[in-house]
Write a protein that binds this ligand. Sequence first.
Ligand SMILES: NC(=O)c1ccc[n+]([C@@H]2O[C@H](COP(=O)([O-])OP(=O)(O)OC[C@H]3O[C@@H](n4cnc5c(N)ncnc54)[C@H](O)[C@@H]3O)[C@@H](O)[C@H]2O)c1
Length: 440
Amino acid sequence: MGSELIYRGHDTQPASDSYSPKPVKPWVSVSRPIRYMLREQRLLFVLVGIGIATLIFTVFPSSRAPHVPHHHFATSIADSITYFPRETQNKFSYPHRVGFGSANPTGKIPLGLKRKGLRIVVTGGAGFVGSHLVDRLIDRGDKVIVVDNFFTGRKENVLHHFGNPNFELIRHDVVEPLLLEVDQIYHLACPASPVHYKFNPVKTIKTNVVGTLNMLGLAKRVGARFLLTSTSEVYGDPLQHPQKETYWGNVNPIGVRSCYDEGKRTAETLTMDYHRGAGVEVRIARIFNTYGPRMCIDDGRVVSNFVAQALRKEPLTVYGDGKQTRSFQYVFDLVEGLMRLMEGEHVGPFNLGNPGEFTMLELAEVVQETIDPNAKIEFRPNTEDDPHKRKPDISRAKELLGWEPKVSLRKGLPLMVSDFRQRIFGDHKEGSNTNNASSS
Ligand SMILES: NC(=O)c1ccc[n+]([C@@H]2O[C@H](COP(=O)([O-])OP(=O)(O)OC[C@H]3O[C@@H](n4cnc5c(N)ncnc54)[C@H](O)[C@@H]3O)[C@@H](O)[C@H]2O)c1
């Protein structure tokens, strides 16, 4: 077999028999060394050329050379340059951000390289807190995609962004998976008031667990940074006062509020597991009671209840003896804290709340002062699992995020009252921007 193959190999070379080399020209033997020299010279010329070109490109790098990103945030900067029209870039560009991205721990942006927009998803962005966050992100020049199922959110809260090419609204329930190319995910989707989260407790816990899983899965897939809006409710009826982030809480796992409290605790667990197990960049905010324009009227939260009741000339309902305490943070302060957390280098959890503590009766007095000094107070039996005390220790946020609330209750409440007045008495113009109040 082997010899056969060798034999066939000989068959394939019939041309060798007919091969006849060209006659050797007489000058070839003389020119061979010259040709050799020339060939060598050519090589030399090529090497010298490469050297000169390298020198030129090193000393004068081309301004058109593409910037090689260090991490995915840098990619988004490059993307945004082509994505946003020039006039929008100018309008929305902002000079710097601090502490952004793990590959740039100092957060310093090289001189002349302004950060443009990021692509950001805000789940629950049509709700109370989400819509104010969207306003800030759009103002800053980011491209924002709101994902909301409108369970408690309203299109009116974001109507003023319709038509803006940097804004998109998707009606979607976060318990279903979603694929988007984004740089950051602010995950807010979840009913926040007891009236709404107790309405369908199974759906509430599903939103917290499955919804958070879906958004963490998205963050992992596209390499986005993920921020969870957790709650002070993870401390339950706290045995420590004020509450530090290191406190593990005192939560009833089988009560009527558990769908929310335990749902958020599980969402925190999932967030940390994705961080540790899959390397997802995560942030956790524990939000304390927040108030401001665009809150749902009649959602059972104490500030909105009192304001709506006082405006309608109804008695202010105080549950229990009215001595339970809460802290109240104006929504602009919260949004500032969320953005600092997202852009900083610390995972958290961070308490975001106003440490100014008020009893329910003291709050009722401020509402009387602001709206109607003659408003009456009516006492009702307390609801199950209502925590007695709630006050954040915000030293960690102060130290690591450089954040603390700026708006006092007496300053913030009138801003909310004028929004509620417009909405209750019908002189509210659809889509009017209630966000023109200053937080300073
Ligand atoms: N406002 C506060 O005082 C407070 C306190 C602690 C924590 N938080 C947290 O902050 C976040 C925002 O709270 P908020 O006060 O703006 O509440 P909100 O009810 O006004 O907003 C929640 C938004 O999420 C949307 N949503 C609910 N379930 C959804 C689902 N399955 N899929 C898609 N969208 C869904 C709602 O339609 C709404 O727009 C919530 O996660 C809440 O738990 C708020």
